[in-house]
Structures are given as C-alpha cells and as structure tokens.
Design a protein around this ligand. Structure first.
Ligand SMILES: [Zn+2]
Length: 141
C-alpha cells in the first residue's frame, strides 16, 4: 500500500514537472541541462526504442563527442537501475525507459570531472493542448 502511494506521488510530480516549461532543441527533442551556465545541453530524442542524446553548445549547435561521458539510471531514488549507455561521435544511445519513470542522467565533460545531474520525467501520455507526448509538451498551465 505504501509503495503504491509513493508511486502515485511520483507520477503526480512527473505531471507537474512536464508543465514547468519544457525546452525543445533543433531536432524537436527535449533539452536537458548539462552545465550550470547554459553552455552545454543534451537533446533527447527517441528513435526505434532508443533514447538518442546529442550534445549542443550554448547556441544549440551540435558538439561532437570526444572525452564526454554519460551515465544513466531510472527507477526509485533509493533503488535506481543503471542503464547501459553507448557512445559514438554523434551522441549517446540508451534503451528507452518505462513510461512514467524518471530518466536520471549524469554528464561529465571529461572522465575525471564532477558530474552534472539532469532529470527528465518520461511521460508519454498525450497532451490535449498540443497533441504531443507530455515529455515534449511546451504548454503551460
Ligand atoms: Zn501540451
């Protein structure tokens, strides 16, 4: 019973989060912050059951991958599930997470730098306002 309540609460949080002003990138993907000063962003798109995460600079121009690293997890904060991230020159690729869950990303500009954490609620339900999935919805209440 308690876990069900927590699951419900996290879902409500997810819905609230979806309406806090989502930013979309040049490829229509969801922008996540990979810096504290807006100099590095990630753009999350979904293709064939995979999240693709491209890096974009302060002007939303593509950044090719070199030493950058990304780790990802999903699920409960207490018991996160690690997701395998693959990397090529164009970006990072990882399997799509379960509907309604949080995707937690930890980005490092170089392997020994401190990670920047970005979170995204993966809510695929349809928004009646813009007809997009909630995780890509830019409507504001
Ligand atoms: Zn909408």
């Amino acid at each position: 019973m308690k876990t069900r309540l927590i699951a419900l609460l996290s879902l409500i949080t997810a819905f609230t989060f979806a309406h806090e002003g989502v930013e979309l990138g040049p490829n229509g993907g969801r922008i996540v912050e990979f810096s504290k000063d807006e100099t590095m962003h990630g753009e999350v798109t979904v293709k064939k059951g995979q999240f693709h995460i491209a890096l974009l600079d302060k002007d939303m121009k593509p950044v090719s991958l070199d030493k950058q690293e990304l780790t990802a997890s999903t699920g409960d904060r207490d018991k996160p599930t690690r997701i395998t991230v693959e990397k090529d020159k164009k970006g990072f690729t990882l399997p799509v997470i379960a509907e309604g869950q949080w995707l937690i990303l930890q980005y490092r500009p170089t392997p020994d730098s401190k990670p920047i954490t970005a979170r995204m609620a993966y809510d695929t339900s349809n928004c009646s306002g813009c007809n997009k999935a909630e995780w890509l919805c830019q409507c504001k209440d």
